[in-house]
Design a protein around this ligand. Structure first.
Ligand code: F6R
Length: 247
């Protein structure tokens, strides 16, 4: 595990962009794994800037996203389809046909999860998968549970996650209660993982990376056994990792 602690969110975004850009230059037709939420926003801004002003090219890149809310479609303001379009895809030279997220409006979400898993297994493993983290340690929407789930699946969101994500909606009761998420299997298949977190609220969840156990009740702990995990955090989120191999 490579731990990089930066002063603030802007530096986290810049460092993550440097790493992602280097990887994409080495894999110009690679698969890029993406996350939504507030954590990767600065990274996406920086990737857009480099696509417009530097030689960072997405024309042959394929993307796969971690998750989508059940019940929300491309036209919904809060869907992850919409988030990706607004915050990354519309700003870069990617072919929209090469961007993939689970379909939150599928009539049968379990069947959609199986199809998404098949798509993931047909594609090459992501050369890099971007990850954020929930305050409860969730990765994608792999929520704390007695066991890990390997394939893409439908998940009931925990009360903590619904409350945390209510900030993006007009009210808490508008937050969908379930989602389709990549399982830990596909996440762990990526060649490299870059986990981004900022702020005191993420300190405890990020701190779990310093413990000696893998605990499905704290899903992030699974990432410790990935052979190429880079954690890029600000000082507040990384406070409990300080003496743990920071570079
Ligand atoms: C998003 C996702 C989630 C978020 C996490 C943190 O696709 O899978 O795991 O990364 O909930 O969200 P933010 O960054 O909004 O704090």
């Amino acid at each position: 595990m490579n731990i990089i602690i930066k002063k603030n969110a802007q530096e986290v975004a810049y460092e993550a962009a440097n790493q992602v850009a280097d990887i994409l230059r080495d894999h110009p037709a690679g698969v890029l794994g993406l996350a939504t939420g507030s954590s990767p926003l600065g990274l996406y801004e920086e990737l857009i800037r480099r696509n417009k002003t530097e030689d960072l090219d997405f024309s042959r890149i394929t993307t796969v996203n971690l998750d989508e809310y059940v019940g929300l479609g491309e036209e919904d303001d809060q869907s992850y389809h919409r988030f990706m379009k607004d915050n990354l895809f519309s700003g870069i030279n990617i072919n929209p046909k090469n961007t993939h997220l689970p379909n939150g409006l599928a009539q049968d979400p379990d069947a959609e999860a199986r199809e998404y898993e098949e798509l993931l297994s047909r594609l090459a493993p992501p050369c890099v998968q971007i990850l954020g983290i929930g305050i409860n340690g969730h990765i994608g929407f792999n929520e704390p549970a007695p066991v890990f789930t390997v394939p893409t699946h439908v998940v009931q969101l925990t009360e903590e996650t619904i409350e945390a994500n209510a900030r993006f909606f007009d009210s808490k009761d508008q937050v969908p209660t379930s989602a389709i998420t990549m399982g830990m299997g596909a996440i762990m298949r990526a060649e490299k993982l870059i986990l981004i977190a900022m702020g005191e609220g993420k300190r405890e969840a990020i701190g779990a990376l310093a413990s000696d156990v893998i605990d499905p009740m704290i899903p992030v702990t699974m990432l410790k056994v990935h052979p190429d995990l880079t954690v890029i955090v600000d000082e507040a989120a990384g406070a409990d990792l300080k003496s743990h191999g920071e570079s």
